[in-house]
Ligand binder design. Structure first.
Ligand SMILES: [Zn+2]
Length: 274
């Protein structure tokens, strides 16, 4: 949900559209500079959360790269993370989604060490906030396309305020065929055995514009991409995905919008008897 015109607008729009959960950036998504929320706007945001009974999840801007070998980028990323933690706590947002970034060729071990160091350095400021690591699409040098990699990082961090966010498009692009019963079960077992399904706090429900294993992070309308309606029916056949919060990060264009994606989602879960 957009925060243009004020952070409170995101909660208002989610509420007016009947969404029980939504995602927002708490400051500019394109700039290193992260402003603090305006006090009146923050109060209005809280009022709307209560009024519409909707759950906010925040997402850190894509510039943030805690795996970076570039010291300037790494330092700015920690600063951005701190600003986002403060904003979330000010707005009573309990979850902050974080991409694991790119090690730029230095290797997974290097990237993982940097991320662990970064999170440990801010962990005492988390308060009631939990950081959710999101799986990535497997593009060159990305950290966290495999849940085994995310497990190494989660298990290396001292704080308990860590969880994960599963993005269906990214998983599919990284080679997890969630359309197939056996592959889906293997993925869920990997998450459960290495991290624990109780750590999964959010699903980014997105179809994929490109085919299995493409490593391309291109979200598409629910049911209209390569995962497709049947693929999502298979996804929801897994009992462990039948509850929790789901957020769509689908495009708005001539092929669809938030309403059409919501309808597609409801049709799928109805077919699954949920
Ligand atoms: Zn996502």
């Amino acid at each position: 949900m957009s925060i243009s015109g004020g952070i409170s607008n995101s909660a208002l729009e989610a509420g007016e559209n009947g969404f029980g959960a939504f995602q927002l950036f708490t400051a500019s998504s394109r700039s290193w500079k992260q402003n603090k929320p305006d006090k009146d706007d923050a109060a209005l945001f809280s009022d709307y959360l209560r009024k519409y009974d909707t759950v906010p999840f925040s997402h850190i801007p894509y510039l943030c790269n805690l795996a970076s070998p570039n010291k300037d980028v790494f330092d700015k990323s920690i600063e951005m993370l701190r600003a986002n933690i403060d904003n979330c706590n000010e707005l009573n947002v309990r979850y902050l989604v974080l991409h694991l970034g790119s090690h730029l060729g230095e290797g997974f071990e290097f990237g993982a060490r940097n991320i662990i160091r970064a999170i440990d350095s801010v962990s005492k400021d988390l308060g009631k906030l939990t950081i959710l690591f999101e799986n990535t699409s497997g593009y060159t040098n990305n950290v966290g396309a495999k849940f085994s990699e995310i497990a190494t990082i989660v298990n290396g961090i001292g704080t308990k305020n860590i969880g994960i966010c599963l993005d269906t498009c990214h998983a599919f692009a990284a080679g997890y065929d969630i359309r197939d019963k056996g592959s889906l079960k293997a993925m869920v077992d990997e998450i459960d055995d290495r991290i624990g399904m109780d750590k999964l706090k959010l699903v980014h429900l997105n179809d994929s514009k490109f085919d299995l294993g493409s490593t391309k992070d291109r979200h598409w309308h629910i049911g209209k991409g390569f995962i497709g309606e049947k693929g999502f029916e298979n996804f929801f056949s897994e009992k462990r995905f039948r509850q929790g919060c789901f957020v769509m990060e689908t495009p708005v264009n001539e092929d669809g919008n938030d309403s059409s994606n919501k309808r597609a989602f409801l049709k799928i879960i109805e077919k699954c008897g949920i």
